[in-house]
Write a protein that binds this ligand. Structure first.
Ligand code: SF4
Length: 537
């Protein structure tokens, strides 16, 4: 038995017999498994309306079904964290639809488009975790939305909450000429066997996973990641990483030094998830992600506990994956394994509408097989296209650009103050304006800088790992007024080797900009970059 003796203060690890709920969130989960709230939503809340919803369900268990209340419109960022939760809650919901591996077929795309226009005021945001988020959803409509989603094999199950979230995968799995093994079967098996499993739905905190041959997903920011690697004796398989996560205490995932074949990925994933469930810290939510356990134990001890207590066998040692020199975003026209093409397009910061998705579905059906993929950079791909030229033109006509400016291509934004109750500043609209202004000021000058806008320190759009990472906060302007602004991180990167620019950006003390000055600030930085000197000033 491995020595798993722990710190003197109780962290609430189940494996050590500490099952007492140590905070209100743990109590909510212990009182009733959050997945069980679905029955109440369908039987009671959808009939009786918003006012009937119990607060523990509204702000707790609903998340396990992909539902968050939206921020009440008109509440400025200065009041975030000051108002009580019920004062921030609108009566409408954000609903997150899982798309594991980012894969959508034609029926699924049409279903999402139709739900968006019927029930979500035509909203649909592609997130940086390959999900689709709808807004303005009424509780009365939720059962019918679930019925329509499930009819085509989609769901909102565990799209949020302390449970296994959407599994990221390469958006070109099964079609890329650079791929050796398609990881899709492992993703499907994980979802089919374990998403919605009551024994895995009370984890200490959210649990983010990636299974991908290519490093075209932000695997370093995940709790667990399996990345393609060729073993010298056993051939192609997957290298295992654990303990990544950004938010307010960012850490990059670390290699376990272990290699697993495709067929074993689901069982090793299960063992890691159970280890997290049983040994993960449950006392403080801001120290509950797997990364804190990995940081405390180190990867050697983590691997030993995994093998001895959860797998019952040793893992094979394996080589590191070959990492690209720069992030891969798949924008533009690319040849597939079968001689057809895929076309990658950039909506502005992932924002599309139901009507746009309906047109996209028509085009994907007319020019391809109907298959569409979502990327972890808020972009879209249309697969299986024989003659891409006409499709590129028709996609442009509906606002989906296969030849975007560097600004449109490389800018992401989180939900921000428009809908998010934790936000301090606006992000989506601000990012769209920023992109337009930079296109105007700098045109198509080749400035391959990624810009990630976040509405608060939680870093849902990965502030620390962009060339220019922006973290929303209130700042003091030249007139001494408190206005929306950003703290700036410079020089981060993901999806590439550390010696080629991967890793965290530098948070420079005092480096802040007001939101109004942001375009001029980024323009200055870009011109310095083109000059070959960036110092953050
Ligand atoms: Fe909301 Fe903050 Fe996440 Fe943006 S980073 S979506 S503002 S919690």
């Amino acid at each position: 038995m491995t020595d798993t003796s722990t710190p003197t203060r109780s962290q609430g690890q189940w494996a050590l017999g500490q099952r007492e709920a140590l905070n209100s969130n743990e109590k909510m989960k212990a009182d009733e498994n959050p997945l069980l709230v679905r029955e109440r939503i369908e039987r009671v809340y959808a009939r009786e309306g918003f006012a009937a919803i119990h607060p523990d369900d509204l702000r707790g268990r609903f998340r396990w079904w992909g539902l968050y209340t939206q921020r009440k419109p008109g509440i400025d960022g200065g009041r975030t964290g000051v108002l009580a939760p019920e004062e921030l809650d609108d009566e409408y919901f954000m609903m997150r639809v899982r798309s594991d591996g980012g894969q959508l077929d034609l029926a699924q795309l049409r279903a999402i488009a139709d739900i968006s226009t019927r029930y979500a005021r035509d909203t649909a945001d592609i997130t940086d975790r390959q999900n689709i988020q709808l807004h303005w959803v009424r509780i009365e409509d939720v059962p019918e939305i679930w019925r329509r989603l499930e009819e085509v094999g989609l769901s909102t199950t565990e799209a949020c909450g302390d449970c296994p979230r959407v599994v990221l995968g390469s958006p070109v799995a099964g079609v890329s000429v650079d791929e050796v093994v398609d990881a899709t079967p492992a993703i499907r098996e994980i979802v089919d066997r374990f998403v919605g499993d009551l024994s895995l739905s009370n984890l200490p905190r959210k649990f983010k996973s990636t299974v991908s041959w290519l490093a075209d997903v932000p695997y370093e920011a995940n709790d667990v990641a399996f990345l393609g690697a060729v073993h010298p004796e056993h051939g192609p398989g997957f290298d295992v990483w654990v303990g990544g996560g950004l938010s307010t205490a960012p850490m990059l995932a670390q290699r376990l030094g272990a290699w697993v074949p495709l067929a074993e990925v689901p069982d090793v994933w299960l063992a890691i998830t159970r280890l997290f469930r049983d040994y993960g810290y449950r006392r403080l939510r801001h120290r509950a992600r797997l990364k804190f356990l990995v940081a405390d134990w180190g990867v050697e001890r983590f691997r030993a506990v995994l093998e001895e207590e959860f797998l019952g066998r040793p893992l094979l040692d394996g080589p590191p994956p070959a990492l690209p020199a720069a992030p891969i975003d798949h924008i533009g026209v690319h040849r597939q394994q079968d001689g057809l093409h895929y076309v990658g397009v950039a909506p502005v910061v992932g924002r599309v509408s139901g009507k746009q998705l309906t047109r996209l579905a028509d085009l994907a059906e007319a020019h391809g097989s109907g298959r569409v993929r979502l990327t972890a950079y808020q972009k879209l791909l249309v697969l299986d296209v024989a003659d891409p030229g006409p499709l590129v033109r028709e996609l442009r006509a509906i606002g989906l650009e296969a030849e975007p400016s560097p600004w449109r291509r490389n800018t992401m934004a989180c939900t921000g103050i428009e809908f998010c109750k934790l936000a301090v500043v606006d992000t989506k609209q601000r990012a769209a304006t920023l992109v337009a202004e930079l296109e105007e000021r700098l045109g198509d000058r080749p400035v391959p800088l990624s810009i990630n806008l976040n509405g608060c320190p939680n870093s849902c759009a990965r502030a620390q790992v962009a060339d220019i990472g922006l973290k929303g906060m209130l700042v003091t302007d030249a007139d001494g007024a408190q206005v929306e602004g950003f703290q700036v991180h410079l020089g981060g990167g993901l999806g590439m080797a550390e010696n080629q620019g991967g890793g965290f950006g530098r948070k420079l003390r005092g480096l802040k900009t007001t939101a109004a000055e942001l375009p001029a600030y980024v323009e200055r930085l870009s011109l310095r970059y083109l000059d070959g000197r960036v110092d953050g000033s």
